[in-house]
Design a protein around this ligand. Structure first.
Ligand SMILES: C[S@@+](CC[C@H](N)C(=O)[O-])C[C@H]1O[C@@H](n2cnc3c(N)ncnc32)[C@H](O)[C@@H]1O
Length: 192
């Protein structure tokens, strides 16, 4: 059972408790550019109700929420500390705790979202929990929902497509210059 957090020797909760903005998302120009690019992809989905999985302290989610004000945004993360900080931002985004390797989503959150974002999260999950996580991620969407996945490491695009193939079809892979350099791609999947 290995995950990125195993190599850091801390849990996500400990990581957030030890410092504010542990992934340096708020301070990084690269992350700002990534948010802009990702925001354009999300907007192209004409979203109405969006979930940002692994939203951490909500920095990306808040940006998307202001960039696409016509959509309703939710964010979830395994870390209570991160979620508390995100809620503390006081915006209209609704945040909740969700362990992708834990219990199934609450009933009212199942099949609710037409657009689901999962950016830089999968490689933090233990390998032996991946099937469970894919299942949980899939439960948030309904037929025709968009799932946008981005990873800078851990899984190649074909591996991700294969992982989700029971639930999703591939709509496209974005290999924008910035993403080629820093991230594998944005993979756009559509729920069957
Ligand atoms: C690198 S951050 C990603 C932040 C942002 N989404 C991005 O694109 O950079 C990874 C996030 O995944 C969350 N995470 C790790 N394991 C998780 C799990 N089992 N369930 C839900 N979230 C998890 C962490 O707490 C952390 O906030």
């Amino acid at each position: 059972m290995t995950s990125k957090f195993d190599s850091l020797k801390v849990s996500p909760e400990e990581f957030y408790k030890s410092r504010i903005d542990p992934f340096k998302i708020k301070r990084s120009r690269i992350e700002k550019n990534k948010a802009r690019l990702f925001g354009l992809h999300i907007r192209n989905c004409n979203p109405s109700v969006v979930l940002d999985i692994g939203c951490g302290e909500g920095h990306f989610t808040e940006y998307y929420n202001s960039f696409i004000p016509e959509a309703t945004f939710y964010g979830c993360d395994i870390s209570d500390t991160a979620i508390e900080r995100a809620v503390g931002l006081g915006s209209s985004v609704r945040y909740f705790n969700q362990d992708l390797c834990g219990r199934h989503p609450e009933k009212y959150l199942k099949h609710k979202f037409d657009t689901v974002i999962c950016s830089e999260v999968l490689y933090y999950l233990p390998n032996d929990q991946m099937n469970k996580a894919v299942n949980v991620i899939s439960m948030f969407g309904k037929k025709g929902s968009n799932l946008l996945i981005c990873n800078s490491q851990g899984f190649s695009p074909p591996e991700i497509v294969e992982m989700f193939s029971t639930f999703y079809n591939v709509k496209g892979l974005d290999t924008h210059r910035l993403f080629k350099k820093l991230y594998t791609s944005i993979i756009h999947l559509v729920k069957k």
